[in-house]
Design a protein around this ligand. Structure first.
Ligand SMILES: Nc1ncnc2c1ncn2[C@@H]1O[C@H](COP(=O)(O)OP(=O)(O)OP(=O)(O)O)[C@@H](O)[C@H]1O
Length: 241
């Protein structure tokens, strides 16, 4: 399959910190791609550059054929995004927030879409509650819904499952699996290696901004290893295991 996202020598420098350091990789259309790495390894910075939220210091990235630096608005309008630790606006209810996203994304059947998402995410009576009064997990559910409301061909999600209970994690994993089976692509960052092993088809490991490895999950697990063991040996030695 062809690449839906291509990154060439992508770099972001903050003062003395090379948060993302000359990364080159590509993501195939139809894959569920996991960006893995310890705290501070550059995952969120990478996603922010790929979604046009921050400008690269050097290098280039093409998302859906668009250059993220030249056309960040074009990229943002087409992809689904859940930024790191983002929450919906405190002053809107859950329903008002999805209405708002529906307007921005020009979704014609927003009422049906909202009904489906509130049912799927088991909102119950929380749909008319102000977002500031929702639990953290429920706010995360709403962020998940807004990213997929316009059925983007590519979604980029920073830690999609972190605040979900085990029941919701299963639902969301199933949703993501079905979503890529339809030919869409999902790019996630995650610390939860068991989940990455379970749901991702491809991966990349970052460490202090550098790419340590990239490939298919099955290339790791076919040799009888778990992704967690592989990941630990990689980041401890800093070389390809
Ligand atoms: N706005 C910023 N200004 C200065 N330094 C930053 C900024 N954002 C990130 N950094 C630094 O860049 C590096 C990469 O951070 P980033 O948030 O991308 O890592 P991460 O892999 O997403 O981490 P985590 O898993 O802890 O969320 C870190 O050293 C961080 O301190």
């Amino acid at each position: 399959m062809s690449a839906i996202l291509e990154v060439h020598n992508l770099t972001k420098v903050y003062g003395e910190t090379r948060a993302v350091d000359e990364i080159t990789l590509s993501v195939k259309q139809g894959s569920l791609f996991g960006l893995l790495g310890p705290n501070g390894s550059g995952k969120s910075t990478m996603i922010k550059m790929l979604t046009g939220q921050i400008r690269p210091t050097a290098g280039s990235a093409t998302v859906l054929g668009l250059d993220v630096e030249k056309d960040p608005v074009g990229v943002r309008s087409q992809v689904g995004i859940i930024p790191e630790q983002e929450t919906p606006p405190s002053f809107l209810t859950a329903e008002e927030y999805l209405d708002f996203v529906g307007k921005v994304r020009a979704i014609p059947d927003i009422e049906e879409q909202k009904a489906w998402w509130f049912e799927f995410l088991e909102f119950g009576d929380k749909r008319t509650v102000l977002c500031k009064d929702l639990s953290r997990g429920t706010r995360q559910k709403l962020m998940f819904a807004q990213a997929f409301l316009h059925r983007p061909v590519l979604a980029l999600i920073d830690e999609p499952l972190i605040n979900f209970d085990p029941i919701m994690q299963e639902k969301v994993k199933d949703y993501l699996g079905a979503y890529v089976k339809e030919g869409n692509t999902v790019f996630i960052s995650t610390h939860i290696l068991e989940i990455a092993e379970e749901i991702c088809s491809d991966f990349a490991v970052l460490h202090t901004g550098k790419l340590l490895a990239t490939g298919g999950i099955s290339e790791v697990t076919e040799s009888g290893r778990h992704l967690g063991e592989y990941f630990l040996s990689l980041v401890r030695t800093g070389v390809h295991a």
